[in-house]
Structure formats: C-alpha cells, structure tokens
Write a protein that binds this ligand. Structure first.
Ligand SMILES: Cc1ncc(COP(=O)(O)O)c(C=O)c1O
Length: 391
C-alpha cells in the first residue's frame, strides 16, 4: 500500500541507532546507552510535589479534555516565566502542546509550503529538518563557531533567498551545547527583521547552562516576529509526560499565524490535563531541584570534556549548556561517523549517535554522547572509548 515519499524519508538518528543496539543486546551483550537525551532514564526524577500534583489531578477526576490552548492558570504561569526572561507576553500569548515536538510540528505546518527554505543552526536537533521536509520545505544549515558559540551572521545572510521563511535557533543547542550570547541574538533578530523572517527559538534547555548566565531571545525580541518553543522534558524532568508550549511575541507580524495555528491545537483537541496540573506545580513549587540537577551535570560535563580531549584522535569543544558532548573524530580510520559509531557499539558496547544524524553539512565527522549517566558509568564508558581509539 502507498506511503508518501515524504514520510518514508523521515529520519531520527537518536532513536534509529537503537535498532542496531538491540541486535547486540539480543546476543547477550551489555550496552551502555549514551544516545538519548532523557534525564529521567538516567535516574533523575521530577520532585514529589510535582508527581503528587499529577496523581491528585487524576484522583480528583480531572480526567477530561482541557481547553485546546491549555489550562488558563498554566498559560499564565508560563507567561510569567517567559516574561521574566524578557519576552513581553501574557497567558493569551501561550499555547500548551504535547511537548516541543508537537509545537514544532504546528509551527512548521503553519509557515512552510512546498519549496520554502528554513535556516537551521549546523548541526541541529533532527526533527527541525524532518518537519520542514515533511511539509515539502528545504532545511538550509548555517555555520556556528563551536569554540565560541557564535552564529556566523554573514553566512546566514548569504543563505537567505526569496524562498526563506524562518531562522530557527536552538540555544542551548542539541547536539553541541552552544549557547548564543545577547549580541548574537540581537544580530539575528535584526537580520530576520531586515528580511521579514520568523525567528523560531527553541529554549528547552534554558536553565541548563554551566558557565554564563543564560540570555533568551526574549531579551532582544522587541516587537519582532519571535516564537519561542519550550517545554518541561529537560529542566523539569517530565520527559515521559509530554508537555511543552509555544510563546508568541506581541508582534503585529504574528497576527496571522496567531489566528491560524490554534486551529491545529483544536483539531488535536488538547494537551493531557493531569500533566498540565503537574507542569503548573513544577513552575509554582520549589525550584531548588533544578540547581541540584545542573550542578550534578556540571561535574559530569567537566569529566567528559576533559577525558575526551585527552584521548588521541578525539577533540571536544566545551558545551556551555544542555547535556551533550559533541566530539570531533580526528582519525581517518573510519569511512564515516556512522561507521565509527557502529564499530564502537560492536566492539565496546557503547551506544552514541553519529554526528551526520544532526545534519550532514556540519555534523559529519562527529559523534554525540550524553553526559547524563553517573560519573562512574561515564568514566567506564570513556575507558572503553579510549581503548577503542587506541586499537
Ligand atoms: C532542542 C530540543 N528541542 C525539543 C526536544 C524535544 O522536546 P519535547 O520532549 O518537549 O518534545 C529535544 C529533545 O531532545 C531537544 O533537544
């Protein structure tokens, strides 16, 4: 039976690679999973007050459809969070989604027609390209200097055409951990305004930064056409509950999308109501667990980056945020980063993700590993990577 070429072409390396790992597992081999960016899989948990909010909502009978745009009190709490980061929004400017993933699908479906181009940071989180392609659009990667986390504005400018509709930013970035500073964000907003482009900014890792204070796009957005994508999977440790949101800046250029995109929220009915109650609690309740989580991650980042840089044939820039290391493979013993990752899996049982899965232009020749496991597990995985490199 027919399936569309567009859907057959969808790839998601982070999960696709697991098929290979499962095969080795079936042969009785132990696999160290360093591929999935899910803190909850590595022992972190949402705090008890948040779990209780979800359980209480279920027990209190709040098991019905919520408003399509999201619970009003949650939208207000989210608006306060984004307002504190600099974006002038109120609850009416927030749309609650089943994860950033659904929000991304809604935005791309609303702005990309056949042949339209969308600028993405190279390398990028794969669903950005997948959703663009699914709508018949063309992802166009731009250069980011990984050593100083800076987007190359001239490169972006040179890639803007009459077909370009949006510039996507992911800060902190998955897979590189790059975090854009205020000056770069301002330059990006100015450039988007010059060319009448949307700025889509994914800030799902906004509170997971290690070296400098995080600055969000909201701080420099003014009244530009900025849409923030954010959620509760990472900072708030609620990955499996599937909740996120879109925040629309109060810009006249967004009037049309604000009228039309919510139709997509209505056709999918609503986000999960008990989970929205839990998300509200995670914003209103004590926030101390986030600092603990980030300080734990910082130790893991420091270990991983130090060890990777001490292994001949690998080099790794320092991720300023998120929880991924993205080392460069400097040996030419492997024909591709995919072969490198498969051999590492086959010989050492360590599962990472090939860099080209995050865009071939800038991701090829790298691999991504999460630094979410315990220091002990990371150390043992790095011993295996070191052995692998010395073979
Ligand atoms: C940059 C980025 N955006 C979005 C997501 C997915 O978010 P959600 O769980 O809210 O769908 C991820 C998950 O890895 C991510 O890295």
């Amino acid at each position: 039976m027919k399936v569309t070429k567009k859907v057959a072409g969808v790839e998601y390396a982070i999960r696709d690679i697991v098929v290979a790992a499962k095969k080795f597992e079936q042969q009785g081999k132990k696999i160290e999973y360093l591929n999935i960016g899910d803190p909850v899989k590595y022992g972190f948990q949402p705090p008890d007050n948040v779990k209780e909010a979800l359980i209480n909502a279920v027990r209190n009978g709040e098991n019905y459809y919520s408003e399509s745009e999201g619970l009003p009190e949650l939208r207000t709490a989210i608006a306060e969070k984004e307002h504190a980061k600099g974006l002038s929004v109120s609850g009416d400017d927030i749309l609650v989604t089943n994860g950033v993933s659904e929000g991304l699908d809604m935005v791309i479906s609303s702005i990309v027609d056949e042949g339209d181009e969308v600028l993405l940071p190279g390398p990028y989180y794969p669903p950005y390209a997948s959703y663009v392609r699914l709508r018949g659009g063309i992802p166009v990667e731009f250069t980011v200097d990984l050593n100083n986390s800076t987007p190359d504005i001239d490169d972006i400018r040179s890639k803007i055409t009459s077909k370009t509709v949006a510039i996507c930013l992911i800060s902190p970035n998955n897979p590189t951990g790059a975090v854009f500073n205020e000056k770069s964000l301002k330059e990006l907003v100015d450039l988007a305004n010059e060319h009448n482009l949307y700025i889509l900014c994914d800030e799902i890792y906004d509170q997971i930064v290690y070296d400098e204070k995080f600055v969000g796009i909201g701080k420099v957005a003014g009244d530009s056409p900025v849409i923030i994508l954010n959620g509760f999977s990472k900072v708030h440790l609620m990955s499996g509950w599937r909740i996120g949101y879109l925040a629309f800046n109060q810009s006249p250029q967004l009037n049309e999308i604000r009228e039309n995109l919510p139709k997509l929220a209505r056709v999918r009915i609503a986000s999960n109501l008990p989970v929205q109650k839990a998300a509200l609690e995670s914003l209103r309740g004590p926030q101390g667990y986030i600092a603990e989580f980030v300080s734990e991650l910082k130790k893991r980042r420091d270990l991983v980056v130090k060890r990777l840089n001490s292994i001949p044939g690998l080099s790794c820039s320092n991720p300023k945020g998120a929880f991924y290391a993205f080392p460069k493979i400097e040996t030419n013993r492997y024909s591709s980063d995919e072969e490198f990752v498969l051999k590492l899996l086959e010989t050492k049982g360590v599962l990472t993700v090939y860099g080209s899965g995050f865009g071939t232009k800038y991701g090829s020749g790298y691999f991504r590993m999460v630094f979410l496991p315990s220091l002990q597990t990371l150390d043992s995985a790095l011993n295996k990577i070191e052995d692998f490199m010395s073979q």
